[in-house]
Design a protein around this ligand. Structure first.
Ligand code: ADP
Length: 364
């Protein structure tokens, strides 16, 4: 039962780099928070500060309301799994899992054996307990690393890109495994990744970072449906959200976004809600997810030229542009929807719902 509270955490390295800048959040007991962002945004530094492996320059870190800043890593009671799961090659699976328990000398060896069996069962490693790491597959090795981290039943689980070295299929399996494990073990968890799919599928909540700063924290659905800015909107979702740059204009009392090369999108038809209404003449960006661009014959439809088509079985990705000089947009058509002919070069589309961002990338 552990809550984690970060209050205005800052990390400034000696060279002057500010890797983590004024970050605050609260993680509830048993919650699984995923920290996601591009390489170099400060995710690992933040995780290491929580683990006690990196000194906190400023701000306060608390576990269950107790300040942790000056508590050493070994006394914070965290279990950590890294990208490079360094198993001991000369020890077998059982000995690897038991290692942290033996080191702490807190448990009699009969209890340690019971715990190793319990962990092995949870991770489906029971048949491999006598094998050395070199006799295991990549996925099995990663499971042993997980087992070693959970064997002690730490109050906090920290994962630093643990699946990066695995192939795509194994990553998908391990994602499910880690989520299940975290729920079974019931520890509070933080998981760091640059992979938005991992973030969407693993986390109870997602924290999106950029340049050392927190951009947004929310459930996967909140972040996907209601991103706070253009960066978050573009980072979460695959294929990425489309961005159409233009200027607000008015014609016959109707507000439009006019793209540089001529296409006009009536604001009323975009189904977007504004906190601040857009001002005439201001540059804005329309953000629209691929599933929200549909084929249409309505009066508001826009004629586009098809650039490419990708058939993926359950869906087809259609790439097109409104003008040879405008950006290529992507639409996702699910199987069963009205399809286009293979030789069709032009179609008409409509944006079903969209978001509007100002020139600084903030939501209007
Ligand atoms: P991420 O995990 O998101 O890839 P990191 O936390 O590793 O990012 O790094 C954040 C920033 O801090 C980067 O600019 C990186 O170069 C810098 N950094 C990381 N570790 C150190 C260090 N030990 N000394 C100086 N700068 C560092």
């Amino acid at each position: 039962m552990t809550t984690i509270t970060a209050e205005n955490l800052v990390k400034r390295y000696e060279c002057g780099t500010i890797a983590v800048s004024d970050i605050s959040f609260e993680i509830a007991t048993n919650e699984f928070l995923v920290i996601v962002g591009p390489s170099g945004c400060g995710k690992s530094t933040l995780l290491r500060m929580i683990a006690g492996l990196e000194e906190i320059t400023d701000g306060i870190l608390k576990f269950d309301g107790k300040t942790m800043n000056n508590v050493s890593a070994k006394d914070r009671d965290v279990g950590m799994v890294f990208q490079n799961y360094a198993l001991y090659p000369h020890l077998n699976v059982a000995e690897n899992i038991a290692f942290p328990l033996k080191m702490r000398k807190e448990m009699p060896s009969s209890k340690i054996n019971d715990r190793v069996k319990e962990v092995a069962e949870m991770l489906e490693l029971t048949n491999y307990l006598n094998r050395k790491p070199k006799e295991l597959s990549g996925g099995q090795r990663q499971r042993v690393a997980l087992g070693r981290a959970i064997a002690r039943k730490p109050r906090v689980f920290l994962f630093d890109e643990p699946l990066s070295n695995l192939d795509a299929k194994l990553r998908a399996q391990m994602r499910i495994e880690i989520t299940r494990l975290q729920r079974t073990v019931g520890s509070t968890g933080i998981y760091v990744t640059h992979d938005q799919t991992e973030a969407m599928t693993i986390g109870d909540r997602i924290a999106v970072m950029r340049d050392g700063k927190m951009q947004q924290i929310g459930t996967p659905k909140e972040i996907y449906d209601n991103p706070t800015n253009e960066f978050v909107a573009g980072f979460i979702g695959s294929p990425s959200m489309n961005f159409i740059r233009g200027v607000i204009e008015m014609q016959s009392d109707i507000l439009f976004v006019r793209e540089e090369h001529g296409a006009k999108y009536a604001l009323d038809a975009l189904n977007c809600s504004f906190q601040k209404p857009p001002e005439l003449g201001k540059p804005v960006t329309i953000g629209v997810r691929p599933e929200n661009i549909i084929l249409s014959n309505s009066d508001a439809a826009i004629s586009v030229e098809i650039v490419a088509k990708e058939f993926l079985g359950h869906e087809t990705l259609l790439y097109f542009r409104t003008h040879p000089k405008s950006a290529t947009l992507c639409s996702r058509m699910m199987q069963g929807e009205r399809q286009i002919h293979s030789d069709q070069k032009n179609i008409s589309i409509e944006l079903q719902s969209a978001l509007i961002f100002d020139a600084h990338g903030n939501r209007l």
